[in-house]
Design a protein around this ligand. Structure first.
Ligand code: ATP
Ligand code: MG
Length: 225
């Protein structure tokens, strides 16, 4: 089943700045897709369009067969974690994770505990972010993203601020988690090894164009990495 369908998507920010150029793409339900490309290739732009945070100049996005703009509760279906994502410093880990629920659910405590368990931070729920490592903070951000049980998770270089020693571990945990929960994931990176390590399938962007997609990233990809 197709979870996300992107058709001829173009984003022009200002005359001459074509951030995304006629990109067509399908993401299967449950797939872990990696968007790979150098700085300025349009990765974040595509992710922000998918998250409904930017409006396309032309082209369309469908989620589960429904135009993105027509989704009744977009934020519940699609969760986003950015590189620069910061947790609220004055809130505990539990309050941070539960924030997106905004009291709308009767089982907030249960959902927060479940999300924390999935990220291996169940023993940190009472702590403030200042007393966490960067890796732990990124786990809080991830737990906060999955607490509404999204169908689609968009991750923009979530590991680039994390200590390399715990990077590999967190990588594996993110893939395992999204597979376990059946979440369709689109993961942005400029790191070829990370892409190869994590992806079911890789899409390469270059100057806003989709220049390559497939399962075997070792051929024809010499300029990336
Ligand atoms: N809000 C904006 N206004 C104008 N230009 C923008 C805006 N956002 C992005 N761009 C431009 O669009 C192009 C693609 O940017 P984007 O941030 O999508 O690239 P990226 O692949 O995520 O890069 P990086 O790896 O550095 O994060 C760049 O030329 C960038 O300068
Ligand atoms: Mg970016």
């Amino acid at each position: 089943m197709v979870a996300v369908r992107v058709e001829a998507l173009t984003k022009v920010f200002e005359p001459g700045v074509v951030a995304l150029d006629d990109v067509t793409l399908e993401v299967a339900s449950g797939e872990f897709l990696v968007l790979l490309g150098e700085g300025g290739s349009g990765k974040t732009t595509l992710l922000r369009l998918l998250g409904g945070l930017e409006t396309p100049t032309t082209g369309s996005i469908e989620v589960g067969g429904v135009p993105l703009a027509d989704l009744p509760d977009r934020e519940a279906v699609i969760a986003v974690v950015f590189q620069s994502y910061s947790v609220y410093q004055h809130l505990t880990v539990a309050q941070n994770i539960g924030f997106p629920l905004r009291g709308a659910h009767s089982d907030v405590g249960e959902r927060v505990a479940e999300a924390a368990r999935h990220l291996g931070i169940a023993d940190l729920l009472g702590r403030l972010p200042a007393h966490l490592s960067r890796g732990q903070r990124q786990r809080v951000a991830m737990a906060r993203a999955i607490v509404r049980r999204p169908a689609i998770l968009l991750l923009d270089e979530p590991l680039s601020n994390v200590d390399p020693r715990i990077w590999a571990e967190l990588r594996g945990d993110i893939v395992a988690l999204t597979k376990r929960l059946g979440i369709t994931t689109i993961y942005v990176t400029h790191d070829r090894d990370e892409a190869v390590d994590m992806a079911d399938r890789i899409v390469v962007l270059d100057h806003g164009k989709l220049v390559w997609k497939g399962f075997s990233p070792f051929t024809g990809l010499d300029t990336y990495g």
